[in-house]
Design a protein. Structure first.
Length: 723
């Protein structure tokens, strides 16, 4: 569903007090439990009701309804094994016993299915002639009542059985019937309509897009075609609808849990937590129907396509007897990945004292406030409450939080850990995560951001400065300089790589009036302003480099396979990892995919370490790292595997290139280059945005480089002090 007199001084301090109160309240929201406190874990257990629903059938929908003293589940789907598509429907009882299963004759296609109040089934379908029909059938598949639309362009995509009758919609229209399938009225659907929904009480609701694009719900009046809005503070756009609920008007779910909601409620009531029940993803199951606060019927999502012969399962999630009490470890993430959720689930399963809870700050980001997630995280860190672990992805560098004393020094944790050796970590990883003499975060993997070219063209230099690069451009004026990258993006990469030279997050100082930065501005101005970012095309890229049309490639080498791909495939001959032109000739660095830190205010630092340390252990490094691993042992394992590989083929259009395994000498060159790195990419988006805004005046020759640098120095200084 899926937004300066004393009186003035008095006002000032009153306003500040109110602001601080709001900040405190705002900063504390989002966490169910303060760090170090215990919380009862209400865990649900899975009970398989039917493991072969519609055997060899891809189930499209399950509809539940209480009829008399029975809970019935009707389903429809398509046969997975038949040579032609076969439509099936069936009915189950609560215990999973199959009441009936039928295959429709001929080439008829089911569009939707609903159980009626008397236990029959309403089915919307397209017949062999493509005509839209609605049947009411008994459990023996006999057609009791039927409506057929003579308009060949019509379709009934959805059915809704409500108190007064049946509503069908499709082809931009809605059709209202009584239960004898007499057509009561027919009308066009408004442009802002999204969907209808029927509550367990039989009330009909409409979801529609309101003013400003917000998602709204209204109790729908079938006679007027209008509805009375539900007054609520709930942002429905952030949730998905469950199939239904036996205990509330609505049941909704998101990536955290399942909620119930009545028409007159102002907020949701959470009845189920995915993490508490060791479920890492809400799409592991689907078609949720709430039977009670302690029982949820759903379908396990196990069919991946038409050729998959597996079957789906109807599952009852039942609240376990009693409850467990755990100390909560709060994890803050700007984007909670499935991998992070899976690790949290495994940690919680194996730990009787602690439980991980994840707060995904992406929920605070909106179209109107693109930095809402960062702003909220800053407030929560400043308040020094609730957060134990901070997890960031490469879009936001952990370096921005290195100042201010927010992060715990991990040096002692690493040195006292009997399974992790500081010496086994790549030097560039230690260098990237160390500030002063403190290791403030850890990374399980990284990419190597650099510039590569053929050795026959760029030579064997390990780096170059602006003057050397300018000479290279003059000597190779007949070639395009960089493949498929605009001046803007190239400038951003060089800024990210050298940000550590210009910005000190610890001291909150910057140095943009330096000779280094002036040189970078002048270098960027030399680049072709007319180049654009090209869509990836391996055939064009290979042709450009193999035929010496382009000199250099900016890339993030994510592992041995990627290095081999450029060496054997794209370039087709020996390559040089030369890096970007920089003042100090160190033009390459590492880009950390995900980083983990312990927040200094955490009361459970040892438990927090026990969770984040897992990413440096052999099991994780060898099995789950897809870039360059942080540990030398895991890297050496991959080196050994590469040396034993058979030749493989790369395809560039219709051209096949045989790629022999890398030699020990080639692998040593790659590893030595990694060992030489001392920089890390720092994607400070706000600072880069300031620089690009001001640099435009220099590129347009309206200001000198020195004038622009002076303005940038002033603006970034203000930003650092306000951050």
């Amino acid at each position: 569903m899926k937004r300066h007199d004393s009186q003035k001084n008095g006002y000032f301090f009153y306003a500040v007090a109110i602001l601080l109160l709001v900040m405190t309240l705002f900063a504390s929201c989002g966490y169910k439990t303060k760090n170090g406190e215990k919380r009862k874990i209400l865990r649900f257990e899975e009970k398989v009701i039917n493991s072969e629903i519609g055997k060899d059938t891809a189930v499209e929908k399950i509809d539940y309804k209480i009829v008399g003293d029975k809970l019935l589940a009707a389903y429809y789907g398509y046969s997975l094994n038949a040579s032609t598509v076969e439509c099936k429907w069936g009915m189950l009882e609560r215990d999973g016993r199959c009441v009936c299963e039928h295959t429709l004759s001929g080439e008829q296609y089911i569009c939707d299915l609903e159980i009626t109040d008397d236990g029959t089934v309403a089915i919307a379908l397209l017949d062999e002639d493509g005509k839209a029909k609605i049947n009411i059938r008994d459990l023996d598949n006999h057609v009791l009542k039927q409506y057929s639309d003579e308009d060949s362009s019509s379709s009934f995509d959805n059915l809704y059985c409500y108190k007064e009758g049946i509503l069908a919609d499709g082809s931009g229209e809605r059709f209202c019937f009584d239960y004898d399938l007499n057509l009561l009225n027919r009308a066009s659907v408004d442009d802002d309509h999204i969907k209808y929904y029927v509550s367990e009480k039989g009330n009909l609701y409409e979801e529609y897009r309101g003013e400003g694009g917000s998602y709204e719900w209204a109790k729908f009046d079938i006679d007027t075609g209008k509805g009375k809005n539900i007054a609520s503070d709930v942002d429905f756009e952030k949730y998905y609808l469950c199939n239904g609920s036996m205990i509330s008007d609505f049941a909704l779910y998101d990536d955290k849990g399942i909620y119930i909601f009545d028409e007159n409620d102002s907020k949701l009531t959470k009845i189920f937590d995915f993490m508490d029940s060791y479920i890492s993803n809400n799409y592991d199951y689907g078609m949720y129907t709430i039977l009670s606060k302690k029982e949820i019927m759903c379908c396990e999502n196990s069919v991946s396509g038409w050729d998959d012969s597996s079957t789906q399962k109807i599952v009852l999630l039942r609240c376990a007897d009693g409850s467990e009490e755990r100390i909560i470890i709060n994890v803050a993430s700007l984007e909670a990945s499935n991998e992070l959720k899976n690790r949290a689930v495994e940690f919680n399963k194996g730990n009787s004292e602690y439980a991980i809870e994840i707060v995904d700050y992406s929920q605070y980001k909106s179209y109107e406030d693109q930095n809402g997630d960062i702003s909220k995280l800053n407030l929560d860190l400043v308040s020094k409450k609730d957060i134990d672990i901070l997890v960031l992805n490469k879009s936001v560098s952990m370096n921005r939080f290195a100042g201010g004393g927010f992060l715990e020094d991990l040096t002692e944790y690493i040195e006292s850990d009997n399974e992790i050796s500081r010496e086994d970590l790549f030097d560039c990883v230690i260098s990237a995560t160390t500030f002063g003499d403190e290791i403030l975060y850890i990374v399980p993997q990284f990419e190597l951001e650099t510039v590569i070219g053929k050795k026959s063209i760029v030579g064997e230099m390990s780096g170059w400065n602006a003057n050397e690069f300018a000479n290279f451009m003059n000597d190779h004026a007949e070639m395009e300089m960089f493949y498929g990258i605009s001046r803007t993006r190239l400038f951003e990469k060089m800024l990210s790589l050298n940000m550590g030279n210009y910005v000190d997050n610890i001291e909150k100082k910057c140095n943009f009036e330096s000779e280094d930065f002036i040189e970078l501005l002048n270098l960027a101005k030399l680049l072709d302003k007319n180049t654009v970012d090209a869509e990836y095309d391996s055939e064009k890229e290979a042709d450009a480099f193999r035929n010496d049309k382009v000199a250099l490639c900016c890339t993030g080498l994510s592992g041995i396979e990627y290095y081999k791909y450029y060496l054997r495939g794209i370039m087709g001959e020996d390559i040089t990892l030369i890096g970007y032109p920089t003042y100090d000739r160190v033009g390459a660095g590492i880009c950390c995919d995900t980083s983990y830190a312990i927040v200094k205010s955490s009361k459970e630092k040892d438990a927090a370490w026990s969770f984040i340390r897992e990413v440096l252990l052999p099991d994780y490094q060898n099995e789950y790292v897809y870039n360059i691993p942080a540990t030398r042992a895991s890297f050496e394992k991959r080196v050994a595997e590469e040396l034993e590989k058979e030749p493989e083929e790369y395809f560039f259009g219709n051209v096949a290139v045989v790629a022999e395994p890398l030699s020990r000498q080639e692998l040593n060159y790659y590893q030595n280059y990694i060992d030489s790195l001392t920089k890390t990419l720092n994607n400070e988006e706000e600072i880069i945005s300031i620089i690009e805004e001001e640099a435009g005046a220099f590129f347009a020759e309206n200001k000198t480089a020195e004038e622009v640098a002076r303005v940038i120095q002033s603006r970034v200084t203000i930003w650092l002090n306000e951050k």
